[in-house]
Design a protein around this ligand. Structure first.
Ligand code: 6PG
Length: 249
């Protein structure tokens, strides 16, 4: 951890229990919120179980969908109907199965002419939603930011050793070359924007993540270790990904 608060690690029995724990945390935050509620989704495959759960009758009839606004922490610069699209994954598994107004769904515009233009457009959308051009401490943009970790230690679309890791001014940047599959350009919110949240929740499951998680817990300066949160920072990990000495919760 680079000089910031260490994550609160919660170990769950398996990926299903992890999805339930994430849904419960979102629901608990929602119950504390009065007005609109902003969730920033992660990409990749890990959140798919969570989407299926939120679309199930357990949550479909319980959440105040009209108050929740949905954003993405990053997306691949592909059409939304491309199987690699993070937006497309959430639409198939969640938004096509619950009643959400399209006004509440703020997708990264990957149909823009290039990643820079997409980043500029999304930055403008985030500022419009926030209501100011600068993020203020104590007035978080998001209520919950979901994050994942790649086996190389990347998070959102921050890959090891890349310049984007140092970006402090821009809210959204284009990434011309991904450092891990899928090797397509990306658009990503920057660390200060992702940090503007009441809770940052990492979802890390599966045996393929055990090695990178051990490296992170040992203090490796990987992009996922650079992520920070103005509010709570929680890592939900399942037993398969957790190093030996971390027993289950
Ligand atoms: C992306 C994600 C990325 C993801 C990790 C983990 O667009 O790929 O935002 O940061 O969270 O790569 O992906 P998996 O959940 O597929 O392991």
């Amino acid at each position: 951890m680079t000089g910031r608060k260490r994550p609160h690690l919660v170990v769950l029995a398996d990926a299903a229990a992890l999805a339930h724990a994430a849904a419960k945390r979102i629901s608990a935050r929602l119950s504390q919120a009065r007005a609109r509620f902003a969730v920033c989704l992660t990409g990749g495959s890990t959140p798919e179980r969570l989407y299926d759960l939120l679309a199930s009758e357990v949550y479909r009839d319980a959440l105040p969908w009209d108050r929740i606004h949905w954003f993405w922490g990053d997306d691949r610069f592909v059409p939304h109907d491309d199987p690699r699209s993070n937006f497309g994954s959430a639409r198939r598994r969640l938004f096509d199965r619950v009643l959400v107004s399209s006004d509440n769904i703020h997708a990264i515009p990957t149909s823009a002419e290039d990643v820079e233009k997409a980043a500029r457009l999304y930055e403008a959308e985030l500022r419009r939603f926030y209501g100011a051009d600068r993020l203020a401490t104590g007035q978080p943009l998001f209520d919950i930011v979901l994050m994942g970790v790649g086996t190389d230690g990347h998070t959102a679309s921050f890959f090891p050793g890349r310049a984007e890791l140092e970006e402090k001014e821009r809210w959204v940047v284009g990434v011309h070359e991904a450092g891990l599959e899928p090797f397509v350009p990306r658009v990503t919110l920057t660390f200060p924007t992702l940090a503007s949240t009441r809770e940052m929740l990492f979802l890390i499951d599966g045996v393929t993540k055990r090695s990178v998680l051990s490296r992170l817990l040992a203090g490796a300066d990987l992009p996922a270790a650079r992520a920070y949160s103005e509010g709570d920072l929680v890592w939900l990990v399942d037993r398969e990904a957790a190093p030996e000495h971390h027993d289950g919760a």
